[in-house]
Design a protein around this ligand. Structure first.
Ligand code: GNR
Ligand code: NI
Length: 177
């Protein structure tokens, strides 16, 4: 399947706010499928539309863990599509995860976020869903929600660390990697 090119943190689309989706059409479902194909190919566990230059409030993810009992090379796929997502509750309790981002290649840093969130969204059929997320799913949802508002995980780091990362990414872009 055809995939998108993923934008790097130096590109303006990653700093812009995405617009709500007015109707979940076949076109939106096709966008979700192409985003999932792009995410699996990368490979990554999440992808927001702004990372592929589409300024709409949609992200995809798949945090399914590899389970025992599967044949070699067989993957358990649990694709999820979140349209117009809203965090309706987040826990006071926080935890720290080491995060990475397909738009900031090669950088992994610890970020503190609420441990649990409840998120309300439309699924790929346009039906309203609400789930409570914990663990990696919760972290990934919050990371992707940030992308829809032009926020990157490096924004939670110290200015010194952020500046170092920006320099490093700009340098590798210049070197053409
Ligand atoms: O693939 C990804 N891994 C990841 C690991 C920890 C916390 C968040 C993520 S999301 C990231 C893919 C990505 O950039 N999504 O926007
Ligand atoms: Ni990301």
């Amino acid at each position: 399947m055809e995939t998108f090119d993923i934008c790097l943190m130096t590109e303006a689309c990653l700093r812009q706010k995405c617009e709500p989706i007015t109707e979940v059409t076949d076109e939106i479902r096709a966008l979700a499928d192409k985003m999932l194909a792009t995410m699996y190919a990368a490979p990554g566990i999440g992808l927001a539309a702004s990372q592929v230059g589409v300024m709409k409030r949609i992200f995809v993810l798949d945090v399914a863990e590899r389970e025992e009992g599967l044949e070699d090379g067989e993957e358990k796929k649990e694709p999820m599509v979140f349209i117009n997502p809203e965090i309706v509750w987040s826990s006071d309790e926080k935890n720290i995860y080491q995060e990475g981002c397909l738009s900031i290649p090669g950088i992994y840093e610890e970020v503190e976020r609420p441990t649990k969130v409840r998120v309300k969204y439309l699924d790929r059929d346009g039906a309203v869903q609400e789930i409570e997320a914990d663990g990696l799913l919760s972290t990934c949802i919050q990371h992707e929600m940030d992308h829809l508002d032009g926020v990157l995980f490096i924004d939670y780091l110290s200015r010194l660390k952020r500046d170092r990362i920006t320099k490093k990414v700009k340098k590798s872009v210049k070197a053409g990697s």
